[in-house]
Design a protein around this ligand. Structure first.
Ligand SMILES: CC(C)(COP(=O)(O)OP(=O)(O)OC[C@H]1O[C@@H](n2cnc3c(N)ncnc32)[C@H](O)[C@@H]1OP(=O)(O)O)[C@@H](O)C(=O)NCCC(=O)NCCS
Length: 201
């Protein structure tokens, strides 16, 4: 099915409100567009971009759209895209997941500065799936993708943002301000071999 035909029956949609990104103070990015993941990014090579990070598998358009709408309805998935506007190539992506919690008063903290009651969100963000197209690496686009997620996390009221990564990438994230906190830098895994072996993860 051609892209135009598809659009007629299923209009393109954003994963989250694009106006949120306009509120962030981001560096000038000539020739690049910064936007949410769109439903039609299946046809623009989004999964091929993710495949440069890890195995993606054979995901059909239906599977992609079903997962896309599940994430959109959940409302706490922020997959950002950096696109080269000249050749319409997706050059980088990163994901922020804002966790929903019962603790911390359902993540709403009441502060009373000068007797004015105000509500502050206390949410935890997780940074996931950062990848830059191999043709565009070394141009600070990885840094830009993470900075967008940092700004987005602040804007959405996260009190912290966490990630896990390969040891060799620790300097990359440290250069962006992430820290291994003394007495609090433990990352523990439980692998379930049968499933992990099947999926090569
Ligand atoms: C890791 C990745 C996102 C970096 O993107 P990039 O656009 O090439 O990186 P940048 O150009 O923004 O680099 C920013 C800085 O980090 C450094 N850096 C980049 N990759 C690095 C690496 N693998 N190890 C250590 N430092 C690294 C750069 O030298 C640069 O330093 P500078 O600011 O002093 O010049 C990219 O290499 C990639 O997509 N890799 C494959 C997927 C992956 O591993 N993702 C991370 C999952 S946790």
């Amino acid at each position: 099915m051609k892209r135009n035909e598809k659009c007629l029956e299923d209009p393109e949609t954003d994963l989250f409100n694009p106006n949120v990104l306009k509120q962030l103070s981001l560096p000038q990015t000539d020739g690049l567009s910064i936007r949410p993941l769109k439903s039609e990014d299946y046809d623009r090579g989004f999964l091929q971009l993710l495949a440069q990070l890890t195995e993606v598998g054979n995901v059909s358009r239906e599977q992609f759209l079903s997962r896309f709408h599940m994430m959109k309805n959940a409302g706490n998935y922020y997959v950002i895209i950096i696109e080269d506007v000249n050749d319409e190539k997706l050059v980088a992506t990163a994901t922020l997941i804002v966790e929903q919690k019962f603790i911390h008063n359902c993540a709403v903290y009441i502060v009373e500065p000068l007797s004015i009651r105000a509500k502050t969100l206390l949410q935890r963000g997780r940074l996931e799936d950062v990848v830059v197209n191999s043709e565009y690496r070394g141009k600070h686009l990885g840094k830009l993708a993470v900075k967008i997620i940092l700004e987005l996390s602040r804007y959405l009221g996260c009190y912290k943002l966490t990630l896990d990564c390969k040891d060799r990438l620790i300097p990359f994230y440290e250069s962006l301000g992430f820290k291994r906190e003394p007495n609090n830098a433990n990352y523990l895994n439980m692998r379930f071999p049968a499933i992990a072996e099947q999926s090569h993860l």
